[in-house]
Design a protein around this ligand. Structure first.
Ligand code: PAF
Length: 323
């Protein structure tokens, strides 16, 4: 008697509240700490999605390479073991080869030029290539321009790079560049880099100020040269397996939240870049601030010829001259 009364009450309660809407959990991985531009993007994505699709999604963040290096996380997206990632473009060319054109050194004049290209036709055409690889690239974010750090000596000119073991991302375009400059490029996933620098298996690395500061590189690297040798785009990517299961309204919400995340990431970079050099100097880094980048560009001539063969000179010029 009592049990049937309870059951009836439960059925009534469900009836009044209506069916409970299913919530989709999105595991969101990234290589850096929560207090980095990637943390900013993930938080902004979460907050914006909560406004655009209230109660529909739960975001679980996995910062600091907790789910592996960037290449591994992208593989996990393809397999459907991970739903979202914010990553540098570094390893992305191993999945969508055309994207690596954006990793060419000295391609962009400044951040405004890069942002215009990525948000314009050339960038959007590249995003359209991802679904064929099991990935949905939602938005282009940013890390800033990459600079060189090392533990051996100040680098003023390309000649100073001779023989230095420089960790590069797992990225053919960057490896070609450093080999051409006379360094010894050593591709390595990010989670191994700090230990490699501490143990001296690599002498240096290159990353934007956003990473140099958030990963506390001044603790393991004495010299910084503001080479600005390459712009470093970032991408917010979702597993296609996850994306395809979403309703049209949720797809729109996810797209908009990712764009908001990318915008906030860029704003964070602007803010970090404005004071990062004095921050790292205060941490003891010796900074070569005035760099004759023309010397680096001249030394890279053979690499530029190789990129032209690989990507097509017309496509490179279209980006270089983009207004
Ligand atoms: O150098 C890299 O691998 C990337 O720039 C990093 C630090 C993982 C951020 O995407």
């Amino acid at each position: 008697m009592r049990i049937s009364y309870l059951l009836a009450a439960a059925v009534m309660a469900v009836g009044l509240a209506g069916p409970v809407a299913a919530q989709t959990t999105l595991k969101f991985g990234y290589a850096l700490a929560p207090n980095s531009h990637y943390g900013v993007a993930a938080k902004s994505f979460d907050e914006n999605l909560a406004k655009l699709a209230p109660g529909k999604f739960k975001i679980e963040q996995f910062p600091s390479s907790a789910l592996g290096g960037e290449r591994e996380m992208i593989e996990s997206l393809q397999l459907g073991n991970l739903e979202m990632v914010v990553t540098s473009s570094g390893p992305v060319g191993n999945f969508v080869p055309e994207v690596a054109i954006m990793d060419i050194p000295f391609l962009f004049r400044d951040a405004a030029h890069a942002r215009a290209v990525l948000d314009g036709a050339p960038g959007q055409e590249l995003l359209a290539k991802f679904p064929a690889k099991g990935l949905v690239a939602l938005a282009w974010g940013e890390q800033g321009f990459r600079h060189l750090t090392n533990s051996k000596h100040p680098v003023d000119t390309p000649a100073d790079l001779k023989g230095l073991k420089i960790r590069t991302m797992e990225n053919q375009v960057h490896m070609i560049a450093f080999r051409t400059l006379g360094a010894s490029p050593t591709p390595m996933a990010w989670p191994e880099v700090i230990q490699g620098l501490q143990q001296g298996t690599i002498d240096g690395q290159e990353n934007p100020m956003s990473v140099i500061v958030s990963a506390k590189l001044p603790e393991v690297q004495k010299f910084l040269t503001l080479t600005r040798h390459v712009y470093s785009p970032a991408l917010i990517i979702m597993s296609k397996r996850t994306y395809d299961k979403l309703s049209d309204a949720d797809k729109t919400a996810v797209q908009a939240a990712a764009k908001a995340g990318a915008k906030d990431m860029r704003a964070w970079i602007d803010q970090v870049e404005s004071k990062a050099v004095s921050d790292v100097q205060a941490m003891g880094m010796k900074v070569v601030e005035k760099v004759d980048t023309a010397k680096f560009q001249t030394a890279l001539e053979p690499a530029f010829a190789e990129y032209a063969k690989r990507f097509g000179k017309d496509k490179i010029d279209q980006i270089r001259n983009f207004k």
